[in-house]
Structure formats: C-alpha cells, structure tokens
Design a protein around this ligand. Structure first.
Ligand SMILES: NC(=O)c1ccc[n+]([C@@H]2O[C@H](COP(=O)([O-])OP(=O)(O)OC[C@H]3O[C@@H](n4cnc5c(N)ncnc54)[C@H](O)[C@@H]3O)[C@@H](O)[C@H]2O)c1
Ligand SMILES: [Zn+2]
Length: 388
C-alpha cells in the first residue's frame, strides 16, 4: 500500500483560536468540563502488542507536584520499541507510556509556585538524582540514575498525569496544543545541533529522515547550516522535500548516484563539516563517517543497541571528532518551544495523524506499518468515534 503523506486527521486540529482564552475570558480545559467529566482514562501497555484502557490513577498532587490534563501525546520510536515488547526488562507493566506531550495544569500541590490551573504546558520528562557524578558535574540530563518519565515511571497517555513541577515548561497560549506535542522531539534536535556546534555556513549531512532526522535538518538549517538529508525511503524523502529539505537517496540503484560523489561535488572535494547519524543502521554509520571533511564532527544521535564496526583509520586520517548526543536540557526545551511557536519547525506538517485515546492501539499499528511520521493521541477525546 502506498504510504500516506498528506496530512490526514481523524478530527480537526485544536486551533489556537479555541485553545486561547481571550481577554477577560477564563481558561478552559481542552477536554470536557473536568468537573463533570466521568472517570479519567489511561492507556496501559500490558504485554507485547497489547494496550488496555482503564481508569487513570488520580490523587491530589503532593508537595512540589502538579496534576495535568494531557491534551496530545506523540508516539516515538522508543514507544514503538516498548509496544513490541523489546523493553520489557526496563518497563514495569502495566505501564502508562508516552513522553512527548502537551496539556494544561489541573491542580497544583503544596509549595508549587508559578503555575495555575489552566496553564498550557509541556513536560521535560527527566527526573535526576542530583547527587551522582554526572549531576555534580552539571550534566543532570544524563544523570547516572536518570528516571525517564514515560519509560521508567508513568507517562502521559492518560487524561490525568501527576508530575514534579520542576519538569514543567510553559507554552505560549497562542501555540495550538497539537503542535506543542512536537516540542520534545524538537528539543532533541536543538540539543544535537548544540552538541555538534553547527555554525553559519557549515555543510551538514543528516543520515536518516525519520522524525528526529527531519527535525535535526530543520534546526540545523535554522542555525545557518547548508543541509542535505540522506534517506532510502522514497516517501520519507518526499515529505522531507515538502518541508523544504534537500534529500539524497543512498540506495545502490539510486538516480542520485553515489552519495560520497555527491558530497565531493557539493563541497569541492572537501567533505561535510558535520554529519548526524540518525538512522540507527550500520550502513548509516558508514555514510556519516565517509562524508566528513578533515576535522569534521560526527554527532551520534541514533540508538545503536549493538556495537558497530567503524572505520577508525578514517578518524585518524582526517582528524575526525565523534560526539555523543542524548536527550536535552531545559534551555533546549525553551528554544524548542520558540522554534515550534514561531513556525521555524512546521510541526503541523510533521503530524500525519491524530487519533482518540481509545484508539491508541490503532496509532501504534499504523506507525509500525510505516504509514505515518508523527502520530498524536488525543487524550481529550476518549470516544472511538471517527477513529482511523
Ligand atoms: N539521542 C537521543 O536522545 C534520541 C532521542 C530520540 C530518538 N533517538 C534515536 O534517533 C534515531 C532516529 O529516530 P527516529 O524516530 O527518527 O527513527 P526512524 O526509525 O523513524 O528513522 C530512521 C530513518 O533512517 C532511515 N535509514 C535506514 N537506513 C539508512 C541508511 N543506510 N542511510 C540513511 N538513512 C537510513 C530509515 O529509512 C528511517 O527513515 C533512533 O535510533 C532513535 O532511537 C535518539
Ligand atoms: Zn545524577
């Protein structure tokens, strides 16, 4: 079946117009009146390929905590790995998953300042211990005992979610909440561009045009990079082109020809200044190493569960640098909010489908079939009406 690339929605986007209260109006929640709403629901992963819908656990938020009403939750590759049962050793079932989200504050616990019911927020889903060697060096986002909320502890795919107030990142009222669900993966891209030190005029090759690769390419372009994105899947290349990105097909029979030759032509035989490995594939690693110029930087973003062969002679010969990049910090999140809000990251073009909470299973199935780039679960809609 031909994968869909056009934006397809099962229900209309919640626009800023309906989400934003006008002057003198009170905030309203993105869902039915919370006072009259029946029991809030949660979607739980219980075993490989199995999700159940049941009552969410709700309790008054404790000191320093905030209860949220999640509006939209994005599904990422990690959620798909969990769904496939590949992370059962880490994920304690039954587990509410989901960590790319937007929503509104419902209740604040004792001692929480600066947030009030109705405020639109997203969550930086990290809880660090503050005491390990990484934290003490100021690298809390890669805490050696990191709790990634939505994997190691309950996530956002539910109608009520209690999180530490320290994880909240404020959203502008003018930003529609569906688009805001793209802030978390955008923060990944912002962090990666920072780690790689992309500068104005840098020639940048992004290997892999999944959602993360596309966001890296967009943010690298916004940072002044001249970007090419390498992707074997024709549908993903087409979507990248619709986003204004220039793509190359690395397949052996490609009309683009050999990627390395293209890079030589493009750079006057020098090679690229920066490569991002975002494919997770062995061949992608090789491409990312081979395209680099002398003193080039390879930023490793993809998760490679197994060791990969790497041409270390190339690293020696060209004095290359390998830079690991994981997650984000608060500054990355705040930059990401701005990039999504101002449209530098055209989040609405990356959202290929929105499904009601009750159809979360369909969202996972459609993602694994490769038909979508970014699927959002609409937690404000617990009906199964209009499902995909
Ligand atoms: N560093 C972090 O904090 C962080 C955060 C989120 C995701 N990730 C990782 O980033 C990676 C990308 O995430 P995603 O959601 O975009 O994944 P994805 O699987 O949707 O995208 C990977 C893309 O790479 C393409 N690809 C495969 N082989 C290739 C090759 N040889 N050359 C070029 N492209 C090739 C695939 O066709 C696919 O489109 C994953 O490994 C994910 O786990 C890392
Ligand atoms: Zn720590």
């Amino acid at each position: 079946m031909e994968p869909r690339l056009t934006i397809r929605r099962t229900r209309p986007l919640s626009g800023a117009v309906t989400d934003a209260p006008g002057p003198g109006q009170s905030h309203h929640f993105p869902q039915k009146d919370p006072d009259t709403m029946t029991t809030p629901l949660a979607v739980r992963y219980t075993a490989a390929r199995t999700l159940t819908t049941g009552p969410a656990e709700t309790a008054a938020p404790g000191p320093g905590e905030v209860e949220l009403a999640p509006a939209y939750v994005g599904i990422c590759g990690t959620d798909l790995h969990i769904f496939h049962g590949d992370m059962d050793a880490r994920v304690k079932t039954p587990a509410v998953i989901g960590h790319e989200m937007s929503g509104r504050v419902v209740r604040v616990g004792p001692g929480v300042e600066g947030f009030a019911p109705g405020d639109p927020v997203t969550v930086m889903p990290l809880r660090w211990d503050g005491t390990c060697p990484a934290c003490l060096r100021g690298h809390r986002h890669v805490c050696q005992n990191l709790d990634f909320i939505g994997i190691d502890s309950p996530g956002a795919m539910q109608q009520r979610w209690t999180v530490p107030a320290s994880t909240l990142v404020r959203l502008p009222e003018s930003l529609p909440l569906d688009r805001a669900a793209l802030v978390e993966p955008t923060a990944v891209a912002v962090h990666d561009i920072g780690r790689a030190g992309v500068r104005d005029g840098d020639r940048v090759v992004v290997v892999g045009a999944g959602p993360v690769g596309m966001l890296i390419a967009l943010v690298a372009g916004a940072a002044g990079g001249d970007v090419r994105i390498v992707e074997p899947n024709a549908n993903r290349r087409r979507l990248a082109e619709q986003l204004g990105l220039r793509t190359w097909d690395p397949s052996a029979d490609s009309a683009d020809g050999d990627v390395l030759e293209r890079v030589r032509d493009w750079t006057g035989d020098a090679g690229a200044d920066v490569a991002f490995e975002v494919s997770g594939a062995e061949a992608g690693v090789q491409t990312a190493v081979d395209v680099l110029a002398v003193r080039g930087r390879l930023c490793l973003v993809a998760i490679h569960p197994r060791p990969r062969p790497v041409n270390l002679h190339r690293f020696f010969w060209r004095e290359l640098t390998l830079i690991g990049a994981r997650l984000y910090d608060r500054e990355d999140f705040e930059t990401a909010v701005r990039l999504v809000a101002e449209g530098t990251v055209p989040a609405e073009q990356l959202i290929s489908r929105v499904v009601p909470l009750a159809d979360a299973l369909g969202a996972f199935q459609s993602l694994e079939a490769g038909h979508d780039v970014k699927v959002l679960v609409d937690c404000t809609d617990s009906s199964s009406e209009g499902s995909a």
